[in-house]
Design a protein around this ligand. Structure first.
Ligand SMILES: Cc1cc2nc3c(=O)[nH]c(=O)nc-3n(C[C@H](O)[C@H](O)[C@H](O)COP(=O)(O)OP(=O)(O)OC[C@H]3O[C@@H](n4cnc5c(N)ncnc54)[C@H](O)[C@@H]3O)c2cc1C
Length: 411
C-alpha cells in the first residue's frame, strides 16, 4: 500500500463503514481495513437476518433515555446526527425501510444483506479504499498522537485513525475485542466487557420442541424466592435450549445478576391477546359446546401446539381428560398456567451468543462532539467499543450510525 492516506478506519462493521464513507465524502483519502474476507459480517446477521436498523424515535431526548447513564454524553453527538438523518441517509441510497412494533425500523426487503450492500455502495460512491483480509495487530503512539498501526501487511500511517473494531459479542463475526486490548495498552480505561443482551438457557427440555415459536407483546415476570422482581412486556422467542427475543434479552442482565443469589424463574403469558375473564368464559362455554373433546385438543386452538402439554402439566391436568370432567378449580389452575407458564433459568448464554457486551472504553475519555479520544488527538473511537448499555430495538446500530458519522465528519 504505497498510497498516502488522511484517515485509516480499523474495522469494517456498521460504525467503521459509516465513518469511512462520511470522511471520504468530505474529500479525505480514506483506507478501511477489515480482517475478515468481507465487510459487515455481524451486520448481516442482525435482527434475525432482518436488521433492525434503528428505532423510529424522532425526539432525540426521548431516544437518549434508552442509553442509561450515557445519555448525558450523547446529546451533542445526536444533535449532529439523529434518527431522522439516519433514515434520510438510507433513503437517499435507495434502501426503503418500514417501521414495526415498538418503533423498530427494518429494511422493507427484510434482508440485513441489503443494509450491508447499501453501505458497500456508499463506500464505493465516496471512493473509500477497502482492504479486507488485513489484521491490525497494534496501535503505535508517541507524545499523545497515534503514529501508525502495525498490521499483517506491515506498518501503515495516516493523519487520523478511527477505531471501529466492535465489542466481544459473537466473536465468530470478527468482534474479538482487539480494540479493547490496544486501548488499554495505550492508556485508555476499559471496563471489562460482559455479555449483556443475551439469550437464556432453561432447565425445561420441552423448549426444543417449540424452538422458533414466538409470542408477541406478552407479559414476562421474573421471580426469585417466589417474589416477582421484574416485569416487562415484549416479544418472547423459544429457542432449542431456552428463551430469547427482545423481551427476554432486555431483562437478561437482571436475570444474570439475580442468578448469583439463587434460582430464578420466568413466567410467561402464553395468551396475551385475551384477558383472564375472556379465557374463563371460553373454558366455561366448552362444557356445553365441546363436552366430550379432550382438553389437549381444545387448548391447541388457543396456544401454540408445543405449549399445550407444558401448560397442562403445570396445571396438573392430564392431557387426555375430557372437557366435561374439568372442575371449576382446575379451570382456574389452567388459566394461571396459560397466563404464567413457568420456566426455570439454568444460565445466561456466553459472549458467543450475546447481542452486545456491556463494558468498553470510559466515556470520560472521549470528546462526544467529535468522537475524538481525549488522550490521543488523532484517534477516534466509535460503535460497540464504547461503554454504553442499551436495550434491544435498533439502539445499538443507531449508535454506530451516529458515532460513525460524527467521527467521519471530524477526523
Ligand atoms: C446476533 C446479533 C443480532 C443483532 N441485531 C441487532 C439489531 O437488529 N439491531 C441493532 O441495533 N443491533 C443489533 N445487534 C448489535 C449490533 O450488531 C452491533 O451493535 C453492531 O454491529 C456493532 O458495530 P461495530 O461496527 O461497532 O462493530 P462490529 O460490527 O463488531 O464490527 C467490527 C469489525 O472490526 C473487525 N475487526 C476486529 N478486530 C480487527 C482487527 N484486529 N483488524 C482488522 N479488523 C478487525 C471485525 O472483523 C468486524 O468486522 C446485534 C448483534 C448480534 C450479535
Amino acid at each position: 500500500m504505497d498510497q498516502a492516506f488522511d484517515v485509516i478506519v480499523i474495522g469494517g462493521g456498521a460504525a467503521g463503514m459509516m465513518s469511512a464513507g462520511t470522511a471520504s465524502k468530505r474529500g479525505k483519502k480514506v483506507l478501511l481495513l477489515e480482517k475478515n474476507s468481507g465487510l459487515g459480517k455481524k451486520l448481516r446477521i442482525t435482527g434475525g437476518g432482518r436488521c433492525n436498523i434503528t428505532n423510529h424515535t424522532l425526539n432525540t431526548r426521548e431516544l437518549l433515555k434508552k442509553y442509561g447513564q450515557a445519555e448525558q454524553f450523547l446529546f451533542s453527538t445526536f444533535a449532529a446526527y439523529d434518527v431522522a438523518a439516519t433514515l434520510d441517509f438510507f433513503q437517499a441510497l435507495g434502501l426503503s425501510t418500514k417501521t414495526e412494533a415498538e418503533g423498530r425500523v427494518f429494511p422493507a426487503s427484510e434482508r440485513a444483506e441489503d443494509v450491508a450492500h447499501t453501505l458497500e455502495k456508499f463506500l464505493k460512491q465516496t471512493g473509500v479504499t477497502v482492504k479486507t483480509n488485513v489484521t491490525v495487530r497494534k496501535i503505535l503512539t508517541e507524545n499523545g498522537v497515534v503514529t501508525g498501526i502495525r498490521t499483517s501487511e506491515g506498518i501503515l500511517t495516516a493523519g487520523s485513525y478511527i477505531l471501529a473494531t466492535g465489542g466481544t459479542s459473537r466473536p465468530d463475526t470478527g468482534s474479538t475485542g482487539d480494540g479493547y486490548t490496544w486501548l488499554q495498552e495505550i492508556g485508555h480505561h476499559v471496563t471489562t466487557p460482559t455479555p449483556s443482551l443475551v439469550p437464556i438457557e432453561v432447565t425445561e427440555k420441552w423448549v426444543a420442541g417449540v424452538a422458533g415459536v414466538s409470542i408477541q407483546d406478552t407479559h414476562i415476570t421474573i421471580y426469585q424466592n417466589d417474589i416477582p422482581f421484574r416485569k416487562a412486556i415484549g416479544k418472547v422467542l423459544f429457542t432449542h435450549t431456552g428463551l430469547s427475543g427482545p423481551g427476554i434479552l432486555n431483562m437478561s442482565q437482571d436475570i444474570g445478576d439475580s442468578l448469583a443469589h439463587g434460582p430464578v424463574e420466568i413466567k410467561i403469558n402464553t395468551l396475551p391477546s385475551q384477558n383472564e375473564e375472556a379465557i374463563l368464559e371460553f373454558l366455561r362455554q366448552l362444557h356445553t359446546k365441546h363436552a366430550n373433546k379432550m382438553i389437549k385438543n381444545i387448548l391447541a386452538d388457543l396456544v401454540p401446539t408445543g405449549l399445550v402439554l407444558p401448560i397442562l402439566n403445570q396445571a396438573g391436568i392430564e392431557a387426555e381428560r375430557l372437557v366435561n370432567s374439568i372442575t371449576r378449580q382446575e379451570r382456574h389452575l389452567l388459566i394461571s398456567s396459560i397466563r404464567g407458564l413457568t420456566l426455570h433459568v439454568r444460565k445466561l448464554l456466553g459472549p458467543e451468543k450475546a447481542i452486545i457486551a456491556s463494558g468498553g472504553v470510559s466515556l470520560k475519555e472521549i470528546d462526544f462532539k467529535t468522537m475524538r479520544s481525549l488522550i490521543y488527538s488523532n484517534l477516534f473511537i466509535i460503535g460497540d467499543l464504547l461503554d454504553i448499555n442499551r436495550p434491544s430495538g435498533g439502539y445499538s446500530l443507531q449508535l454506530c450510525w451516529t458515532t460513525g458519522h460524527v467521527a467521519g465528519t471530524n477526523c
